[in-house]
Design a protein around this ligand. Structure first.
Ligand SMILES: [Zn+2]
Ligand SMILES: [Zn+2]
Length: 154
């Protein structure tokens, strides 16, 4: 089997199954204890079978070892649950962001007639406006959008 299997370790203290790169410390990121390479019998499994592997390893190797500490296992569970919740929240935020702005800049709504047919006033048109109307157009320069429906700037 591939070299990938050699990167898999398990922690006898808290029952974590970990991927550790060859150059990384062989140490459990949850409880800081020493980790051991996953027994050869699991070489045929990939991380797709993660749940089955981890259950098996915990029953056969973790819970039977003197290093096993249920409190460390509990702590790891909590840490992993927090990580999962965080990832789920991030995914949800990403999905929400995708639906609200499909492509291009978000639509700006006119505060007067609530039309979304608005356009950003370009710096160039602002400059031209200032040139033509001088000081009296100062107020317009603080506006960034123009409503195509009612003609308001805001
Ligand atoms: Zn551990
Ligand atoms: Zn309007």
């Amino acid at each position: 089997m591939g070299a990938m299997c050699d990167d898999r370790y398990y922690c006898k203290k808290c029952g974590a199954l970990l991927m550790i790169m060859p150059w990384e410390e062989k140490e459990c990121k949850y409880c800081g204890s020493k980790v051991f390479p996953l027994p050869k019998e699991y070489d045929k499994y990939t991380f797709d079978n993660y749940d089955k592997v981890i259950e098996d390893v915990r029953e056969k190797y973790v819970k039977t070892s003197p290093e096993y500490n249920p409190r460390s296992a509990q702590f790891r569970e909590k840490t992993q649950a927090r990580g999962r919740a965080k990832r789920a929240a991030m995914d949800a935020a990403k999905a929400a962001g995708k639906t609200s702005s499909p492509s291009g800049p978000p639509k700006v709504e006119c505060p007067y007639c609530h039309s979304t047919s608005t356009k950003k006033i370009s710096t160039l048109s602002k400059a031209a406006h200032t040139y033509m109307f001088g000081i009296f157009s100062m107020s317009r320069n603080s506006k960034n959008f123009h409503c195509n429906k009612c003609g308001a700037d805001f």
